[in-house]
Design a protein around this ligand. Sequence first.
Ligand code: EPZ
Length: 437
Amino acid sequence: MAKKFIIEGGRYLKGEIRIRGAKNAVTKQMVAALSAPGKSVLTNVPEIGDVEITRGILASLGCVIEHRQDEGVLEIDAANLSTPVVPRQYSGLNRIPILLAGVLLHRFGRAGIPMMGGCDIGPRPVDFHLEGFRALGADIEYRDGAYHFTAKRLRGARVTLPFPSVGATENLMMAAATAQGTTEIRNAAIEPEIVDLALFLQGMGAIITQETDRTWSIQGVDSLHPATHRVINDRIEAASFAVSAIATRGDVLIRGADQLHMLTFLNWLRKAGGEFEMVEDGIRFCGMHSKLKPIAVETGVHPGLMTDWQQPLVILLTQAEGMSVIHETVYENRFGYAETLNRMGARIQLYSECLGGRDCRFRQLGHKHSAVIMGPTPLTGAHIEIPDLRAGFSYLVAAVLAKGRTEISGVQYIERGYDRVVEKFRQLGVPISVEQS
Ligand code: EPZ
C-alpha cells in the first residue's frame, strides 16, 4: 500500500530529538559481519528501510538475524551461509549487493551479484569496484544480469581509485582484510563511516592502517572472528534536522550530533547565518534570531561538504537574503528535486557550468550540476512526489515551512534512510499525518 505524508505548514521545529546510528555505516557493517562464521552484534542500529532490505539480503544467504528494534540491537549469525549468490529480487533496491563480493569470495571462493540500484541520482556505475577486484586477482564475468566473481583467495595489491568512491573503498577494504598479503587502496574515501567500518573490522581481527594522503593499508589475515560494535551516529540525519531547525526559525537540541564529524557542515551553517551551541551530549541549533545569508559552496568528498548535506542546505538558502551558489561535484545529477521546490515558490536555477569554485570532473559534460538559489522566497504547499531519499527529507522541511497543506507521496524513500521520521517531527511540534492509499 502506498503511503502519503500530509503536513499543514507554516510551523517551526522546537524541542529535542536523538540521532541514531548512520544508515551508510550500519548496512556496510551488516555485510562485514559475514566475514566471520559466528554471531556478531551491532548496537545503535536505526529503524530504517535500508536495514530491513539488507537484513533480507543477508537472510537469503543463510544468516540468522535477530533485530531488537527498540534496543537498537542487531545480532547477525553468519555461521552457516547457504549460498554465495545474491537473489535477483534484491537488485535495484539499494547499493548493498555489490558490497558483498569480497565477503562471499572469502567464504565461498565465488560470489554472484545482481546489478544494483539505489536512489535515482545518476548512473552510479561499479567500474571502480570491478577494477579493484581484478587487481586483487578475482575473475569477473557478467552474464544473465549479474556479476560472477571467482577467486580461491584474493591477493593483496596496490589499487588507485580514479575517484575517492565510498562504496569501492569499503568493498575493497572488506575484501583485503582476508586477502593474502598487503593491499594499499590509494585515492581512497576517508569518510567517518569508512573509519567506523575499519574499526569494526579491526574488532574482528583485521589489521587496517589509515596512512596519510587518502591511503588505506590492509595487511590480510587468514580469518576474522565475530565482534560487537556500536555504529557511529548519523551525521546526515543530524545535519538534516539542524537545517530544519534553522530554516523554520525553530530551536532544536540534537542529542548525539557529533561536532567532530560535522566540522565542515557547521562552518558552512555559520557562514549562512545559522546559530548553534555545543552541549554535553549534542548540539543545539537555534534559528529564532538568525539573519540568514547567502553562500557559495561546493560539495566534495570528506572532509569537504557532503553531497548528502546539499539538499537540506538548499532549503535553508531559499530562506536566505540574496543569491547563493551550490556546485555539486560528487554526483552529476543531484538537483532533480529543484523543479518541485520551484513549484512551491523557490527560485532555483540549474546550470551545467562549474559555478562558484573550481572546475570539476563534470565540466563540459552538459550535466546540470550547479544551482543558483535566490532568496528569500516564501513557499506554498503542493502535491509532491519524492524522487530520492535526501530530496525527500528536503521536501518535508519545505512542507513545514510552506503556507498551507502539502501532500507528499513516495515516502518509502525517506523511510529507507531516516529513523522514525514521523515520530521525530511530531516530537518537534510538527504533526505529520500519515495516509495509506
Ligand atoms: C555512498 O554511495 C552513499 N551511499 C551515498 O549516500 C553518498 O552520497 C555517497 O557515498 C557519497 O558520499 C551509501 O553509503 C549506501 P560513491 P556510493 O561510490 O558508495 C562514482 C544517501 O542518500 N563512481 O562514493 O555509491 C559515482 O557515480 C546515499 O545516503 C564511479 O564512477 O558513492 C559518483 O559519481 C546517496 N564508479 C562518485 O563516484 C564506481 O565504481 C561517488 O560515488 C563507483 C563510483
